[in-house]
Design a protein around this ligand. Structure first.
Ligand code: IPM
Ligand code: MG
Length: 366
């Protein structure tokens, strides 16, 4: 197939990790005979420096017309003093999410077989199995609600609005994903909907809406509700109890960082942001990590796995996505580690050596 991918490397470690994902996509092109037209566009602080805008018009237009977007990371201390509306996180990332209508963010968190030792949790907790998908609402809630200051700047507010429509469409993504995770019907797939319905009105609407949708259309899926504080506790106490977690924007931001740590490293977690149209935005869940930028030590696997998610979700290329995921599993099984996932005192490889190894493994037909 032919597809157009807008490549947005961004800031900090963004260019280093995106280069490795591009390398792996080229290996997929060669092995499977596809053609991905990968064009780079400026975004984030880097775009501010070159074009005076963290999301230049040309970049937004290219993202709208591309079949999918591969993003590294944006932001860094250099741009922290820009007015809030112009900062990379707000201007580039949140605008991209809302302009492209990417209302559902899929963040799978699992412990890779070769990395069980990297989890900070006790072995008996990890061996029960950690493999979950967090479905985070991405274009609503406090991130996009009205915000401001009162009292001469001495008070502040961030409104957290949610509508039935916004809750239903993301809940549908979670229920559908749960069904897909157990296609053979071996056991009932489960969705855990996370809210704070004992305190927040938006959470009460969330719970009512999810419950009604479940009863009307997804009775074959198990549904449970947890308060967010309890969910945060269960994630470290008994992570194997989770299958699909459905939650609003801010809770999803927090819980997905927590989930990443129990799997060993935030450097391993990919994400897919999808919306009404087929195209989506694929990015690691970690940030630009300015402290290690330019050193060639960042873990490119979250970005490489995000590229795999792109092939699967946006292009329907399941076998190609599997090839990347198997390649990652095989290089990990061979003992290759970047610094973040290396055993204490153990050897580690560079960002590009890890990318080379995965690209090479993709090329090997098993
Ligand atoms: C994430 C990030 C972003 C978010 C930041 C950079 C705005 O933490 O994608 O999880 O909060 O959504
Ligand atoms: Mg986050």
């Amino acid at each position: 197939m032919e597809a157009q991918i807008a490549v947005l490397a961004g800031d900090g470690i963004g260019p280093e990790i995106v280069a490795e994902a591009v390398k792996v996509l080229c290996a997929v092109e060669r092995r499977f005979g596809h053609r991905f037209e990968m064009k780079e566009y400026p975004v984030g602080g880097a775009a501010y420096d070159c074009c005076g805008d963290c999301l230049p018009d040309e970049t937004l237009a290219a993202c709208k017309s591309a079949d999918a977007i591969l993003l590294g990371a944006v932001g860094g201390p250099k741009w922290d003093r820009l007015p809030v509306s112009q900062r990379p996180e707000r201007r580039a990332l949140l605008t991209l999410r809302s302009e492209l209508g990417l209302f559902a963010n899929l963040r799978p968190a699992k412990v890779w077989d070769a990395l069980t030792g990297a989890s900070p949790l006790r072995e008996e907790i990890v061996s029960a199995g950690i493999d979950m998908l967090i479905v985070r609402e991405l274009t609503g809630g406090a991130y996009f609600g009205e915000k401001g200051r009162g009292d001469g700047g001495r008070s502040a507010y961030d409104v957290t609005p949610y509508s039935v429509h916004e809750i239903e469409r993301v809940a549908r993504v979670a229920f559908e994903a749960a069904r897909r995770r157990f296609p053979q019907g071996g056991r009932l797939p489960k969705v855990t909907s996370v809210d704070k319905a004992n305190v927040l009105e938006t959470s009460r609407l969330w719970r009512e809406t999810v419950t009604a949708l479940h009863a009307a259309e997804y009775a074959d899926v198990e549904l449970e509700h947890l308060y967010v504080d309890n969910a945060a506790m269960q994630l470290v106490r008994a992570p194997s109890r989770f299958d699909v977690i459905l939650t609003e924007n801010m809770f999803g931001d927090i819980l997905s960082d927590e989930a990443s740590q129990i799997t060993g490293s935030i450097g391993m977690l990919p994400s897919a942001s999808v919306g009404v149209s087929g195209g989506g935005l694929y990015e690691p869940i970690h940030g630009s990590a300015p402290d290690i930028a330019g050193k060639g030590i960042a873990n490119p696997l979250a970005t490489i796995l995000s590229a795999a998610a792109m092939l699967r979700h946006s292009f329907g290329l399941g076998a190609e996505a599997d090839a990347i995921e198997h390649a990652v599993a095989s290089v990990l099984a061979r003992g290759l580690r970047t610094a973040d996932i290396a055993d204490q005192g153990g050897a580690s490889v560079s960002t590009s050596a890890m990318g080379d190894a995965v690209a090479e493994a993709v090329g090997v037909v098993i």
